[in-house]
Write a protein that binds this ligand. Structure first.
Ligand code: OXD
Ligand code: MN
Length: 623
């Protein structure tokens, strides 16, 4: 007969066997094992991966997808991060912002705790101690966490996405200083996902460093190290301590092989603006002999001043990539394909899967789906051959299907990606997907104007429901879904952290846009992908003074002839267009920006002054 609740002798011996000696972690596990009613407790880390994979295969939770590659489906109504159900809760009403969905922790903590009572009955509770930082990083004290999860596949994801093992919690100088993450899946078919009766709660109790997620086993809802800790909790910690920024940023290095010089660039892009593709970019053929691009991370960066040289350093706190599969192919992102090759231990979720050949496929992997549909099932598990005529045109993979692979699998991973100090940042870039107005690149040298640019970052509304045609859905610094405190304080914190860098070592800012289209026939004016490196090289040259660019009210754009276009073709008209400023469109944008910024209480005067400066300069432009 199945035991209903972990017996305390069994629990202690499970913790002993795993060598988990931190008394505060042991207390945390004891409390939640009892509260959730789990029938077993198991402590897991990276060294348990092969065994967990074998068990998951045997249980049918995952399926083989080629040599050391795996495949899982999630519950069909549980396929994405839920923004509406995600809450930041604290005891301080002043933490309420426009985007953080703040609620008092005194209400939310008991509510979610009650939902979790006995909700893991009959299940194993996996205890996953982890570190969201390269070991030895000055930010490691903020990076220690323990996730409790009642879902084995979630443990497999955590092992790929974070450094996991008891060694990260056993010798803490303050044993109680770790983020407490509790993930309880709940009864997925009965949670009313997306209905008025939605039962799910994804709560970060930021001032208690406690994360309570109930009602999902997917992505950021369930892997608590990544978004809940790596972004929401960490940005709160970085602000309270005044020590660092935690941002949804990619991080890359560009090496000039002729001079041996390496630059590091990080930056934020709203969803679906090509952040992972940019992070994994290779140099274009025409420039590959001279430049090498190396990958540090595609989703999170923590930034901090290093007082020893007065520069801002960044780490990628993650250990893996949780990448969107859709449209990943040899042209858009060959590096991503390399990172999921045989032997990588990659875990695919919700792509299409062939039962007979163990292959996977997703929309955009090849121009058309496999012609022979034998054995192919869509992401819901339905055989393609048995689809009704009505379903024939439906995607085979879910649009948010993913691959989860460790950083070391990425072919151009930087040699020093585990350097605890991180890498010094030369530039911070922001980019959206905008069909007009935004030039290819505009560089911003003023700190307040750079932060202002990040705060007014956005992506074009993609469908009517999301917003008004031509108006951006603003996504400050690409952190809109991950904001943990008020935007005014957030802006001030940015000014302080980046402003603490020595003048000479301060990163330059830039806004990029690879997506401008011709207003007549709609073609993309700039080829994108690998050629985007050309704009970033120009930015580094500008910073070093070897090009001057052309000043405009919204930043410095490349002068014709300053971009290295070796091996690339673009018409003179298209090039001129991507480097020019449309005064009329910018005037319209400024009125939207004013309304957007006015929502934020306590926005620093420097940001308003930057806005007024840019607006006045745009007004002075000839039409
Ligand atoms: C996200 C992610 O949801 O990185 O932004 O998964
Ligand atoms: Mn992300």
């Amino acid at each position: 007969m199945m035991k209903t609740r972990t017996d305390s002798a069994d629990l202690e011996s499970a913790l002993d066997r795993a060598g988990l000696i931190n008394p505060a972690v042991r207390d945390f596990v004891r409390y939640w094992a009892d509260h959730t009613g789990a029938s077993r407790v198991e402590v897991v880390g990276a060294t348990d991966d092969a065994r967990l994979v074998r068990e998951s295969l045997a249980a049918g939770e995952i399926q083989p997808a080629g040599e050391d590659r795996y495949y899982a489906r999630s519950y069909a109504k549980d396929t994405a991060r839920s923004e509406e159900r995600t809450i930041v809760a604290t005891a301080r009403p002043g933490d309420k912002g426009v985007y953080n969905n703040w609620h008092p922790s005194g209400e939310l903590r008991p509510l979610v705790t009650e939902l979790m009572r006995d909700a893991s009955a009959g299940k194993t509770m996996y205890v996953v101690p982890y570190l969201m930082a390269p070991p030895g990083s000055p930010l490691a004290p903020y990076a220690v966490g323990v996730e409790l999860t009642d879902h084995r596949t979630v443990a497999l994801h955590m092992i790929r996405m974070a450094r996991c093992g008891v060694e990260y919690v056993n010798d803490l100088p303050e044993p109680g200083r770790f983020v407490r993450g509790v993930h309880v899946t709940g009864d997925l078919p009965n949670l009313g996902q997306g209905t008025p009766d939605d039962q799910r709660y994804f709560v970060t109790v930021a001032d208690e460093r406690t994360i309570l997620h109930y009602g999902s086993s997917y992505g950021g809802n369930a892997l608590l190290g990544k978004i809940a800790h790596g972004l929401r909790q960490a940005s709160y910690d970085g602000w309270v301590s005044q020590e660092f920024l935690a941002e949804q940023f990619m991080l890359i290095g560009i090496t000039d092989k002729q001079t041996g010089r390496t630059w590091h660039i990080c930056g934020g892009f709203p969803s679906a603006s090509g952040k992972t593709n940019l992070a994994m970019m290779l140099a274009p053929d025409g420039l590959g002999d001279r430049y090498h691009v190396s990958f540090y991370g595609d989703d999170i960066a923590w930034l901090q001043l290093d007082p020893s040289d007065g520069r801002i350093y960044a780490i990628n706190p993650e250990f893996g990539v949780f990448g969107v599969a859709k449209d990943t192919n040899e042209v858009t992102n060959p590096t991503a394909l390399g990172s999921v090759a045989p032997g990588t231990g990659v875990l695919f979720t919700n792509v299409a899967y062939n039962d007979l050949t163990r292959e996977v496929w997703w929309e955009g992997r090849t121009p058309a789906p496999p012609a022979d549909v034998t054995g192919w099932r869509d992401w819901t598990g339905q055989l393609i051959s048995e689809r009704s005529a009505d379903d024939a045109g439906k995607p085979w993979a879910h649009p948010n299907s993913r691959f989860t692979t460790t950083l070391a699998n990425v072919p151009n991973i930087a040699a020093d990606f585990e350097n605890p100090r991180g890498v010094p940042i030369d530039a911070i870039i922001f980019g959206g997907r905008t069909r007009d107005r935004e030039p290819l690149i505009r560089a911003i040298t003023d700190l307040a104007e750079g932060v202002y640019d990040g705060l007014t970052l956005g992506a074009e509304a993609t469908f009517a429901a999301e917003g008004v045609e031509g108006q951006l859905r603003y996504d400050p610094m690409s952190m809109r879904p991950f904001m943990s405190y008020s935007e005014g304080a957030y802006a001030a914190h940015w000014l302080r952290i980046i402003g603490s860098a020595a003048e000479a070592g301060r990163p330059i800012f830039a806004h990029v846009n690879w997506f401008q289209r011709d207003s007549e026939d709609g073609h993309f004016l700039w080829p994108g992908y690998r050629d985007n490196l050309r704009a970033l090289l120009w930015l580094m040259q500008l910073k070093e003074g070897s090009v001057q660019g052309v000043p405009t009210p919204v930043g410095i754009v490349p002068a014709a002839g300053e971009l290295d276009l070796e091996g690339m073709s673009i018409s003179a008209a298209d090039l001129e267009k991507v480097l020019s400023i449309d005064a009329q469109r910018w005037r319209e944008e400024m009125t939207h920006r004013e309304r957007h910024l006015a929502q934020f209480d306590g926005l620093p005067e420097e940001i308003w002054a930057a806005h007024r400066r840019v607006a006045a300069a745009i007004d002075a432009l000839p039409d």
